[in-house]
Design a protein around this ligand. Structure first.
Ligand SMILES: [Zn+2]
Length: 410
């Protein structure tokens, strides 16, 4: 791969939106472990607390205003930053205050969008404290072994991989497991990969993470399932401890570490799968599924968790990003009847249930793997013409460990 995208790719959407960028360029964020001194930690906690104070004042005001005119809200929120100057002036670098307002505005816009769709939405809740600080364009300087941040001094950083592109911003974050991280946001230029002439459609699933229209199935690692017992035990232990006590903190951090371990494993897997897809195919058709909808309609807890952990959004985000970066295309098609339709004759089998793993067509007699049938339907919908299924050929099944430790086909 021309770019080093392995490992941490993060979505800082509200920051991304407010950053200037060259035409056709893309933003990427690298994550590195950071080691602030005890004094710097103390300062950072003070800044986080102040940020929360300002944020909470803004929420109060925004709720009072009760207006849909976000332009007016934005103006008022900006004014609050000035009104509360005594809280931060001289102590906090002024440019890191504005992202607070942007974040709130971003959240308000999200709420307004949901409301418009007729969803019931609550109001934004105040924050106890922030855990993230972002320096955009100014106020930072990178060194070989650390980063210098205005009002904080030089913070030690372990740069374990090279940074590509033009550096546009630096963030510092305290993760739930009490470890510090520095984010380096940089602007990169797309580097198209050679065309392969291949087109594919993907069915996203629970049992199999995905099934392609050319008959490849990739195992869903179901990582959280494997950790379920340990997670449950820690959650139970946590509920018995007094909030804020030393023991509570210890258990909370252990739980956070476990979640992080699972998240990293899943993300790493999704990186490998998406890289394989953009390398091997020029056009990738996916179903435009709404995960919220799936969660609402499937009351079963287990299923719900599987869908969540299958991390469809993360997958799409990575896939779309990499497609842009490497000059490939991701096209979303309507999910209508992709599971229930026969990919050979078009008959819609309304009787198909979630338990039927094999699709059997009562009209033309086709019998194929249910997910493979769905992938073919997605491809047909995308291409606008039917492609005959390959019958009698078993799916090429790639298990989780192979996917992670060896290679995908192609
Ligand atoms: Zn049929």
């Amino acid at each position: 791969m021309p770019h080093n995208l392995k490992g941490k790719f993060i979505n800082l959407e509200y920051i991304n939106k407010n950053m200037s960028r060259g035409k056709g360029k893309l933003m990427i964020a690298y994550k590195f472990r950071a080691y602030p001194t005890p004094e710097q930690e103390k300062k950072l906690h003070e800044i986080f607390a102040t940020e929360a104070k300002i944020y909470n004042e803004m929420i109060k005001k925004a709720n009072e205003m009760n207006t849909h005119d976000l332009k007016t809200v934005e103006k008022t929120l900006r004014q609050i930053i000035h009104d509360l100057e005594s809280l931060w002036k001289g102590k906090i670098y002024s440019m890191v205050i504005y992202p607070i307002e942007e974040k709130l505005l971003y959240n308000l816009k999200g709420l307004a969008r949901l409301k418009k769709k007729g969803k019931k939405v609550g109001s934004l809740k105040p924050k106890e404290k922030f855990t993230f600080l972002f320096y955009r364009h100014h106020g930072f300087r990178l060194d070989i072994d650390g980063v210098e941040l205005s009002k904080l001094g030089k913070i030690k950083v372990l740069f374990h991989r090279p940074i590509e592109g033009k550096i546009k911003g630096v963030g510092i974050k305290l993760d739930k497991d009490n470890k510090w991280y520095v984010y380096i946001v940089s602007e990169i230029t797309p580097k198209p990969l050679p065309k392969t002439g291949k087109v594919v459609a993907i069915d996203w699933g629970i049992e199999k993470l995905l099934t392609t229209s050319d008959g490849i199935a990739i195992q869903n690692p179901l990582i959280l399932d494997k950790l379920e017992e340990r997670i449950k035990r820690l959650q139970k232990a946590l509920s018995r401890k007094k909030k804020g006590s030393k023991n509570y903190e210890k258990t909370r951090v252990r739980l956070a570490k476990l979640y992080k371990y699972a998240k990293n494993l899943i993300n790493d897997y999704l990186h490998k799968v998406t890289t394989w897809l953009v390398k091997n195919y020029d056009v990738i058709y996916v179903e435009n599924i709404r995960v919220e909808k799936l969660i609402q309609t499937n009351k079963a807890k287990k299923l719900r968790r599987h869908i969540l952990q299958a991390n469809y959004f993360k997958f799409l985000e990575l896939l779309e990003y990499k497609a842009k970066l490497y000059g490939k295309q991701v096209i979303k098609v309507s999910p209508k009847n992709t599971s229930k339709k026969c990919s050979r004759c078009g008959y819609v089998n309304q009787k198909l249930s979630l338990n039927d793993r094999i699709f059997k067509c009562p009209k033309c007699g086709l019998e194929i793997d249910r997910d493979y049938n769905a992938a073919l339907n997605i491809l047909n919908a995308g291409l606008g013409q039917p492609k005959a299924p390959v019958e009698g050929k078993p799916l090429l099944y790639i298990s989780f460990s192979e996917g992670v430790y060896s290679k995908f086909p192609g």
